[in-house]
Design a protein around this ligand. Structure first.
Ligand SMILES: [Zn+2]
Length: 322
């Protein structure tokens, strides 16, 4: 080997050592600015990654603000970003395009939310009595063409389960970027404490209304209902684009009349027309129950503010009955 070539090799080796030192534990997935690049599939996971990651991470959300996340389609560039991310945080069964991108990308570090907390199978008429029976169940199944084989994905709407996701995201960040593990742990603890406070507010606020029914346009609130002992009667399925059958609508009308329902809830991101029609037919009010699948104005709202508004709207709806 010529002295010049040996020198060049030494220089290259030194540069490699410097590069490793500069990007720390992030390794090849770390960004030029030294932060850990995190790709999150939709708002609730993006929010956890940002809150727990703080200044050490740069989070990209595959679902743009204000976009309904079900049936999301990804650009080739977004698919590539999944493969090159320092950490991918997603929820299997909510967005098939993301599931596919993760499967194909061979992403090395992944936090998959449904592996952290078991998913329940919330039928459309679960908890209902007036609308029960196999006929209605069949109608419910027919109204869910994109039913999720893995169960109801809307786990983040229960603050206690969301805290479990927070712990999982915190662990994932600490493993992907051990240099800042202590900071991730501290920030995880803070997030879990804030969620415990929110859980206590829901528990206290909804305690007088245990066993009451609420009618909602999309079946996103099964976990929240289970946690606080109220009962979801959903017009559409777990996928908000699904259309209910006439038999399903008639069953909901019977149940609403029988249980003193005052309000039909709709959500901000999907088409509220169905809920508005049902409310008009039944002479009921409409109000927003937001599944926090995306936040339209992240400078104004976040998971906590939207959930507190949900609680207020539920209390108003229940308080106005009897
Ligand atoms: Zn949903």
């Amino acid at each position: 080997m010529s002295p010049r070539r040996a020198l060049a090799l030494m220089a290259a080796a030194a540069a490699a050592v410097l590069a490793l030192a500069a990007c720390g534990a992030g390794g090849p997935a770390a960004r030029a600015d030294g932060r850990l690049g995190v790709v999150a599939s939709f708002y609730p996971l993006q929010y956890l990654a940002e809150q727990i990651g703080g200044p050490h991470v740069a989070v990209t959300d595959l679902t743009s603000p204000g976009v309904e996340p079900h049936d999301l389609e990804l650009s080739p560039r977004q698919v590539a970003s999944v493969g090159s991310a320092g950490l991918v945080v997603y929820l299997k069964g909510l967005q098939p395009a993301v599931d596919e991108a993760v499967r194909q990308s061979g992403a090395r570090r992944v936090v998959e939310a449904s592996s952290l907390t078991p998913l329940a199978d919330h039928h459309l008429d679960e908890g209902g009595d007036g609308a029960g029976g196999s006929g209605d169940r069949a109608a419910g199944a027919a109204a869910e063409p994109h039913a999720h084989a893995t169960g109801d994905p809307h786990v983040w709407l229960d603050p206690a389960r969301y805290a479990v996701l927070a712990r999982g995201v915190g662990r994932g960040l600490a493993e992907a970027d051990p240099a800042h593990a202590a900071d991730y742990r501290r920030r995880t603890d803070r997030m879990v404490a804030r969620l415990a406070a929110l859980d206590a507010e829901f528990r206290t606020g909804l305690a007088p209304y245990r066993g009451r029914d609420f009618v909602t346009s999309h079946a996103a609130f099964g976990y929240l209902a289970d946690r606080y002992g109220i009962r979801q009667v959903a017009v559409s399925g777990v996928d908000p684009e699904s259309e209910p059958s006439p038999a399903r609508l008639a069953a909901i009308q019977r149940q609403a009349r029988a249980h003193g329902v005052t309000t039909v809830f709709f959500e901000t991101l999907s088409n509220p027309k169905l809920a508005a029609t049902l409310a008009a037919d039944l002479h009921l009010r409409t109000a927003v129950l937001d599944p926090v699948e995306g936040v339209k104005d992240p400078s104004r709202d976040d998971y906590f503010s939207v959930q507190r508004q949900n609680l207020k709207n539920l209390e108003t709806a229940f308080g106005g009955a009897r």
